[in-house]
Design a protein around this ligand. Structure first.
Ligand SMILES: Nc1nc2c(ncn2[C@@H]2O[C@H](COP(=O)(O)OP(=O)(O)OP(=O)(O)O)[C@@H](O)[C@H]2O)c(=O)[nH]1
Length: 362
């Protein structure tokens, strides 16, 4: 991908890109990406190992992206050596090596064509920054952030609640707020009354997520398996029309009833991500107007768009009501896509605005 101005990920992707067919192939399959977050020692690696085993039991191929602050991937050693894994070491996903996340994700997908990628972030990562970084990958490969699982150490959260303030407490709360699946883990280390109290707090901070009390992260993952099943079915049907997907993760092609249910659920989410592959070209002024009219809950959007009136493709960025466009000349297959990140915005409403905007697109 050649860009007029510097774009770190685009440039690196171009440098490291393999042959064109390989990229096109990777682009055709929609890969579900799940982010595993949670404070240090809460049980993320324990969860990762369970998810890998359960994915393989279902005949699906997992891949892993691991981030550790240190220079040695200790957690990685706990994972089956057969599972494709990329490591981001020596920094935290959300600051020093944020731009590497998209690059590594795209390369994992291109090289191994997994059905699902699990990202284990460091325990100190700021979840919003990671969401931003992960959604960047949707620009370069057909990857969709399909869910955020947050592992909470029950005893640790209880202790922090008693103190009530501080950086760690705030970070734990942020990790809970972006979650679609919360595991109230290490339930064996606290009593029933404490568990009930913790549940109330979790509900207050995140009314939409599923909450499960777990010991060693043993949980039910029906939404995740449904999502992967739907992806496989969609792929088998060679249907690449471009569904929208949310961070809560269940939205792919579905019946009207299911659609209504999913949207109802998402509309009450806190922070969520919506990825929409665009069906064609659009008028530039109309698109800019669309960005200006984005609901106030959307605080970040980005993507690749083709304009009818300039006969060009652009990388667009939108943050806190400011938008920015950069002309690009892709030399390999990349698809038009828009990713929206925000809080309490209606996906159904945005979806219908996009439908109107692209009603004439072919
Ligand atoms: N008692 C108890 N211990 C648990 C539970 N879940 C995990 N552990 C233990 O907690 C420790 C930390 O678990 P990990 O899965 O490595 O946690 P992590 O979040 O990956 O840790 P970092 O990578 O350091 O952030 C390990 O010794 C686990 O065996 C649980 O439900 N109960």
């Amino acid at each position: 991908m050649e860009l007029e101005a510097g774009n770190v990920i685009g440039a690196e992707f171009e440098l490291s890109a393999g042959n064109e067919n390989e990229i096109a192939q990777a682009n055709e399959k929609t890969v579900a990406v799940y982010l595993l977050t949670g404070f240090l020692g809460s049980g993320k690696t324990t969860l990762l190992r369970r998810l890998i085993a359960a994915t393989q039991e279902r005949g699906l191929e997992p891949a892993v992206l691991m981030n550790e602050v240190g220079d040695v991937n200790l957690d990685g050693m706990a994972v089956d050596a057969e599972v494709p894994m990329a490591e981001l070491l020596g920094g935290c996903i959300c600051c020093t090596i944020k731009s590497d996340v998209a690059l590594e994700l795209v390369q994992l997908i291109k090289r191994y064509h997994p059905d699902v990628v699990f990202i284990e972030s460091t325990g100190v990562a700021q979840p919003l920054e990671i969401l931003d970084a992960v959604s960047e990958a949707s620009l370069y490969a057909r990857a969709e952030l399909s869910g955020v699982a947050t592992v909470v150490d029950a005893r640790h959260l209880l202790d922090r609640l008693r103190i009530g303030t501080g950086k760690t407490f705030k970070l734990m709360r942020d990790q809970i707020r972006v979650s679609s699946f919360i595991l109230l883990n290490k339930a064996d280390l606290v009593g029933p009354a404490e568990l009930a109290e913790l549940n109330e707090w979790l509900r207050e901070w995140n009314p939409a997520a599923s909450i499960q009390q777990t010991v060693r992260c043993e949980a039910k993952w029906s939404a995740l398996w449904n999502k992967l099943q739907q992806n496989s079915a969609a792929q088998a049907a060679k249907h690449h029309a471009g569904p929208s997907v949310s961070s809560t993760g269940q939205a792919v092609s579905k019946s009207a009833d299911e659609e209504a249910h999913v949207h109802h659920h998402h509309d009450h989410d806190h922070v969520h991500v919506m990825t929409r592959y665009l069906p064609g070209a659009v008028n530039s002024e109309r698109f800019e107007q669309f960005l200006r009219d984005l609901p106030s809950g959307v605080y970040r959007a980005k993507g690749i768009v083709t304009f009818t009136d300039t006969a060009s493709r652009f990388l667009f960025q939108y943050a806190y009501r400011e938008s920015d466009f950069m002309r690009i000349t892709p030399q390999k297959t990349v698809h038009d896509v828009a990713v929206f990140i925000g809080e309490d915005f209606s996906e159904a409403e945005l979806e219908s605005k996009l439908n109107v905007l692209f009603a004439d697109a072919v």
